[in-house]
Design a protein around this ligand. Structure first.
Ligand SMILES: *Cc1c(COP(=O)(O)O)cnc(C)c1O
Length: 510
């Protein structure tokens, strides 16, 4: 059913910008510099010897090219984005406006400290809110994202253990954890061991206790966990780990389900990252920008990385060197830095704008609504789909593929069929503890109308699969510019460089 152009309706088959090249074409008509000055003689050896290799395009071609590319991206501004674990929620435009204020957007990290006192105050206020909401005494603001925060927290744990002459070797991670958890622990030099889950989708406390020993540096728990369930034995877990001298890392990516209701500090957590780009409303996806500040307990407060903002003698100060840290506070033992400069400042602005405009009551309302929406989906779908664990969920609802048994339709086919219906799929095949997982996170910013449309589509597809109509699923997606890509090769052998003559060859291979 293909057309001569490969287009379908108004969805254009966009060429690469190099393929649009009309040599000599420019968007602006400027006089040739060689005709008005003797540029060449002034450039000397610095003069360019070879053509620059940029394509020639007119202004409308450039505008249309980038507009069309932007429309190939699915975005939260375009529709529901129910990716479990990712918290794709609407970002109030107010936050963007604040981040673009010239006094915040146009400053530079190397400016004299006296000229950026307001920026330091903003970082300090953001830190204050995050410490208050989590009930933790200290924070490292610089990590760039959640996974970077995990590494930061583990490095603080390592530094604290080494400082007491008790370097340990093992880190325990639950079976359902996000893949970044074991990766961060491994990267920090620890041996990673898996804590099994109960048939209720939670950490098996007895198994955990059996694995503890004086060589365990830390456990990493996610709460609420990646099955969308609250770890209700968390206090007993943290106590057991502290009893053997270990520390507790919490993956706080799901803080949006409990913010304003539960303070991780009260549960015995020692370090936890906050994905500002999830809970605190910053656009994310496509690799950034995000921010992953890490809150730290009393036990780890001295081991926060550099740099950090403090209240100095003459206003705010930024501590950038270990000597200055020790001078400011004799306890401080920073292990170094996580990145150049102070952290993702633009994201701090958005997060603070969000927290100030919501207020603590608003944040509590947001987490309640996120949980309500996920439970609404569960209630509307559980007669047709198979819920993995009984009982109410937190901010995301987990189904497995038992409802597709005997249909020959897989979770992947089901997700691809959703695309044809104009819906972004939920998270698939994660967490790994259930077979053929479908993890849906509606977030608090979706209204009942949108959720009902989503429910209707899921119900219609589930009924279609169960009625034995498999061809449409196997052929999906049919209405996208590309059909099914090779899932492995698309990630392992991406073709990222264009060279002349490449495109026809690629077309032939498709
Ligand atoms: C998103 C997420 C992470 C990683 O966060 P990034 O900011 O993407 O690095 C870690 N754990 C869980 C549970 C997550 O959902």
């Amino acid at each position: 059913m293909s057309t001569v152009t490969g287009n379908r309706g108004l969805q254009l088959e966009e060429k690469l910008i190099f393929e649009l090249n009309s040599p000599g074409m420019t968007a602006v008509d400027l006089p040739n510099p060689h005709e008005i000055t003797n540029v060449e003689s002034r450039l000397g050896n610095a003069a360019r010897k070879n053509p620059i290799g940029l394509p020639g395009l007119s202004e409308p071609q450039v505008v249309r090219h980038y507009l069309r590319l932007s429309q190939k991206n699915f975005a939260i501004d375009g529709g529901l984005y129910p990716l479990g674990s990712c918290t794709m929620k609407h970002n109030p435009r107010l936050n963007e406006k604040m981040a673009r204020l010239p006094g915040l957007a146009d400053i530079h990290p190397l400016q004299p400290k006296s000229t950026v006192q307001g920026a330091f105050e903003l970082m300090d206020m953001t830190a204050h809110w995050l410490k208050t909401l989590t009930g933790m005494p200290a924070i490292a603001m610089s990590p760039a994202a959640g996974a970077h925060g995990e590494l930061c927290g583990l490095m603080s744990i390592r530094a604290a253990l080494e400082a007491r002459g008790d370097a340990r070797s093992r880190v325990l991670v639950p079976e359902s954890a996000h893949g970044t958890n074991p990766a961060s622990a491994h990267m920090c030099g620890y041996q990673v061991e898996t804590i099994p889950a109960t048939d209720q989708g939670r950490v098996d406390l007895a198994a955990l206790k059996g694995m503890l020993g004086d060589d365990v540096a830390a456990i990493m728990v996610t709460n609420p966990n990646t099955c969308g369930l609250f770890e209700d034995e968390i206090i007993e877990m943290t106590k057991a780990v502290h009893d053997i001298g270990g520390l507790v890392y919490c993956d706080g990516a799901n803080f949006n389900a409990i913010v304003g209701r539960v303070r991780p500090g009260d549960l015995g957590i020692d370090a936890m990252h906050l994905n500002l780009h999830k809970t605190f409303s910053t656009p994310h996806g496509g690799g950034g920008p995000g921010a992953g500040p890490v809150v730290l307990s009393e036990a780890l407060a001295a081991f926060a990385p550099l740099p950090y903002v403090v209240h100095g003698k003459d206003g705010f100060d930024l501590i950038e060197q270990a000597d200055d840290a020790a001078e400011f506070s004799s306890d401080a033992k920073p292990y170094g830095r996580m990145k150049g400069f102070h952290g993702q400042f633009g994201v701090f602005v958005r997060a603070l704008s969000y927290m100030l405009s919501m207020g603590s009551d608003g944040l509590r309302q947001a987490s309640s609504d996120a949980v309500l929406n996920a439970n609404y989906l569960m209630a509307k779908l559980s007669d047709l789909l198979t819920v993995s664990y009984d009982g109410p969920c937190m901010h995301e609802v987990l189904f497995d593929d038992r409802f597709l048994k005997d249909t020959d339709v897989t979770t992947l086919d089901f997700a691809k069929a959703m695309i044809d219906e104009g819906f972004h799929p939920m998270t698939m095949y994660f967490p790994l503890v259930v077979h053929g997982a479908l993890l849906m996170e509606p977030t608090e910013t979706e209204g009942k109308e949108t959720l009902d449309e989503f429910v209707d589509v899921i119900r219609a597809l589930a009924e279609k699969a169960q009625s034995g109509n498999t061809q449409d699923f196997k052929a999906a997606p049919r209405y996208t510019p590309r059909r099914r890509l090779d899932e492995t090769k698309a990630a392992r052998n991406p073709v990222l460089v264009w060279s002349p003559g490449r495109a026809p060859e690629l077309q032939a291979a498709e």
